[in-house]
Design a protein around this ligand. Structure first.
Ligand code: KG4
Ligand code: ZN
Length: 353
């Protein structure tokens, strides 16, 4: 059973072909970094136009690399949201058109479900498991009970962690995209040089908050030396200090989620970390330490499956297709699409979670 996956919800145009036995036949990601770099962040209209320009050619290349024809497919899966609506429309329309022409099932995949199930493509992970989803738009702890069955334990009350990385990179002049730049700078930095707050540390529950930490970094950034050499050292130290504070907060919240999970489902816990920020080696190391201490199994999918890609969308499509969860061709793209619609809203109205 082969499924074509299409991902266009943010600033990567991606297409992949995945088999139900977990073979990834092709997995192409076209980054729009160069288009967005002059603006220091993703411009939705620029993103939508770039997706439109590249999607057809990219799908053709993905099919060619997989060595198959559309008639060999069992279904077409496209990200149906949440995300920048212009881009989501491009992917959904393209997926629907291929499905209609070749009379194939169409699967509208929640991008977050793509991240959530990615560990089942890379590793043997059974339901239920605990998921730490850390990306540019989301920072959540969820119990994954099954396909389309999520229970949110915690979310951010303000910024997502990826967003905080991106903003820190911007205020320190590290450019775009921010997360990998901060991680790189932090590698040579001293994490003890700047005393930054550890948001939510020691508080009950599993919610996150990163805006106070971000503001503290901004205040310290204004005091950095102007001279080139010392400035570079201070930037590296500030990045390392920020990463250490963020990691400590993540680990603290995740520890609470592990006990909540054990309360719900008993003994053995698999902790899955997914989303773009899960590509960060320092954070992965910190979470491994937590998992060891808590006798949990940590599963962190390979880096290219953490950042946005279409293999995870194809895989989520396979999981849904197996359960007969096919979508109609009148599916309407969704700018917002929570994994757990019953979760109580937190934070201010602008929170995307
Ligand atoms: O999952 P993703 O690719 O897109 C969304 O669904 O949001 O996540 C993108 C986010 C960005 O904020 C990016 O800066 C962050 O993931 N990111 C990282 C790293 N690589 C990507 N953050 C920290 N360290 C990294 N190595
Ligand atoms: Zn994502």
């Amino acid at each position: 059973m082969l499924v074509l996956g299409i991902e266009t919800s943010c600033d990567e145009t991606a297409a992949a072909v995945v088999a139900a036995d977990r073979r990834v036949l092709s997995d192409l990601v076209l980054s729009q970094d160069d288009e967005h770099r002059p603006f220091g962040g993703v411009v939705p209209e620029v993103a939508a136009r770039a997706h439109l320009l590249h999607i057809d050619g990219l799908i053709a290349r993905a099919m060619q690399a997989a060595g198959i024809a559309f008639t060999d497919l069992a279904g077409v899966a496209a990200t149906g949201g949440p995300g920048l609506i212009g881009g989501v429309i491009v992917g959904v329309m393209t997926g629907k058109a291929i499905a209609a022409v070749h009379d194939l099932p169409f699967l509208a995949v929640n991008h977050l479900e793509g991240h959530a199930l990615s560990a089942r493509l890379s590793d043997d992970v059974a339901f239920p498991y605990l998921l730490l989803l850390v990306s540019g738009g989301h920072c959540q702890l969820l119990v994954v009970e099954g396909v389309a069955r999520y229970r949110r334990l915690g979310t951010t009350m303000d910024d997502a962690l990826g967003e905080a990385f991106d903003k820190v990179a911007k205020m320190l002049g590290l450019g775009y995209p921010g997360g990998p730049a901060v991680e790189k700078a932090a590698r040579s930095g001293d994490p003890r040089r700047f005393a930054l707050p550890r948001p939510m540390l020691g508080r009950p529950g599993c919610h996150f908050s990163f805006s106070g930490l971000k503001t503290a970094v901004r205040q310290m950034a204004e005091t950095l030396p102007a001279e080139d050499g010392p400035r570079q050292t201070a930037i590296a130290d500030l990045c390392a200090s920020f990463q250490a504070a963020a990691a400590e907060s993540l680990a603290d919240r995740t520890r609470n989620a592990l006990s909540a999970f054990r309360h719900l489902h008993g003994g053995a816990v698999t902790l899955v970390v997914a989303g773009g920020v899960a590509a960060n080696a320092y954070l992965r190391g910190r979470l491994q330490g937590l998992a060891d201490a808590e006798r949990a199994r940590l599963v962190a999918p390979p880096l290219r499956l953490c950042t946005d890609n279409a293999a995870m969308i194809a895989w989520a499509g396979i999981e849904r297709l197996r359960l007969g969860m096919v979508d109609r061709l009148d599916f309407a793209p969704r700018p917002r699409w929570p994994l757990d619609p019953d979760a109580t809203p937190v934070g201010y109205a602008g929170v995307k979670a």
